[in-house]
Design a protein around this ligand. Structure first.
Ligand SMILES: C[S@@+](CC[C@H](N)C(=O)[O-])C[C@H]1O[C@@H](n2cnc3c(N)ncnc32)[C@H](O)[C@@H]1O
Length: 395
């Protein structure tokens, strides 16, 4: 198989998407484009690849490109791409087109112009509503990956425009089932999205067939995603109820029609700050959303914040100092730590870098002063900082 050019359309967290793509595929990003990245790679099964990625919403394959300084005839590009696809298919044909960045005027002209020209080739219509871009949810509902349809995208890069056709769309229905339809979902622990779990697992770059261990397993989101990605999974939690919730959720997962044979999993009750050597699985990477501190219903005041920060930092200090003592082999750990926000500022855990330096080797995943990445949702007071570290046995 030879390499081809693809454009990975990313969701909101573009910085995370870059790191995730590189963690899975290596040094494949050729160029940044509006809303995504141009990737040159061999991708035998884009649908399978996309199902394992948390931060890419579509994979599209490049059909044509041209320098943006030239007057480009997008209508001709679209007509050519659709006529070719249509010629392989009898009967009605549907297409969609989106532009990044979007110019409503250009999109409208290209859609109307291409439809007129394509009329001669038979029953062809576009599915864009009101000349708007198609969201991945709309494209999914419109079944644009079927053989009687095609979804096209125009992406602008620094000096070029690319036309690409979608080869994989994020299966948002299955994500939503995994997120909201699991039997045990504790709102108290905050919403930990399956996509974020996938990103963390990918950043760990664990060997195929190895074990993902989550010592703060909560209701088991990381474990669930690890199993779906083909890893064995081990989880533990301080609270018995959480271990039981994970058990119920993983049993539910096994009954889902999308799921074939899953690898093995193991669950037990344990204080993560007191793990013993025999509780840590062999050949493991730790992936976890740790404790984020108390549930907040409003912003912390200047007085409250340091107290909460110290409480979480103490947990980290206890966790890492113990883990370093008991771990038998070099272990990668990818985790989220909380930080607080108000309208103007982000308040990171002040002592976390010092704690990490004491017990681990930090693997930078950004060129920020704190070499971490963030994952934020507008309405939340607590956000997540993502860190990757390596922990080696004490000498
Ligand atoms: C935000 S939840 C974790 C979410 C989880 N990683 C997932 O994938 O769904 C945090 C969990 O940490 C657990 N926890 C807090 N302190 C702990 C400790 N010292 N040892 C083990 N678990 C702890 C809590 O009971 C809670 O279930």
């Amino acid at each position: 198989m030879t390499s081809k050019n693809f454009i990975f359309q990313t969701g909101h967290a573009k910085g995370l998407a870059r790191i995730e793509i590189e963690a899975i595929l290596g040094d494949v990003i050729k160029e940044e484009v509006k809303d995504g990245f141009l990737v040159e790679a061999e991708i035998p099964d884009p649908v399978e690849l996309l199902s394992r990625m948390g931060s890419t919403v579509r994979i599209t394959e490049v059909i044509q490109s041209g320098p943006s300084r030239m007057p480009l005839n997008f209508e001709e590009w679209v007509v050519k791409a659709i006529s070719e696809a249509k010629s392989k298919h009898e009967g009605k044909f549907r297409y969609g087109l989106s532009m990044h960045p979007k110019s409503e005027k250009v999109l409208k002209n290209v859609l109307i112009g291409s439809k007129k020209k394509l009329k001669a080739t038979g029953n062809v219509r576009f599915v864009n509503k009101d000349f708007q871009n198609l969201s991945s949810v709309q494209a999914w509902h419109q079944k644009l990956l079927k053989s009687n349809a095609m979804e096209l995208h125009l992406f602008q890069a620094d000096k070029r425009w690319y036309l690409s056709h979608t080869v994989a769309i994020q299966n948002f229905e299955w994500y939503s089932e995994r997120d909201y339809e699991r039997p045990s979902k504790s709102a108290k622990n905050g919403m930990f999205p399956p996509k974020l779990a996938q990103i963390l697992i990918n950043l760990a770059q664990a060997e195929k067939g190895s074990t993902i261990f989550d010592p703060f397993c909560g209701s088991g989101t990381v474990l669930q995603e690890a199993l779906l990605m083909g890893y064995e999974a081990t989880g533990s939690d301080l609270v018995k109820q959480m271990v039981e919730d994970s058990e119920v959720n993983l049993k539910w997962l096994l009954t889902q029609r999308q799921v074939g044979n899953l690898p093995k999993y193991k669950l037990f009750e344990a204080d993560a700050t007191k793990l013993t050597a025999d509780q840590i699985p062999a050949n493991t990477s730790i992936v976890t959303e740790t404790w984020l501190g108390p549930m907040l219903t409003k912003e912390l005041t200047e007085l409250e914040r340091p107290k909460v920060q110290r409480e979480v930092e103490t947990l980290y200090e206890d966790f890492f100092s113990n883990f370093k003592k008991v771990v038998k082999e070099k272990t990668i750990m990818v985790f989220t730590a909380p930080y607080h926000r108000d309208k103007n500022e982000r308040y990171f855990l002040p002592r976390l870098p010092e704690i990490l330096d004491k017990y681990t080797k930090v693997i930078p995943i950004s060129d920020h002063e704190r070499p971490s990445l963030f994952f934020e949702r507008k309405s939340q007071f607590v956000s997540r900082e993502i860190w990757k570290v390596e922990i080696s046995p004490a000498e």
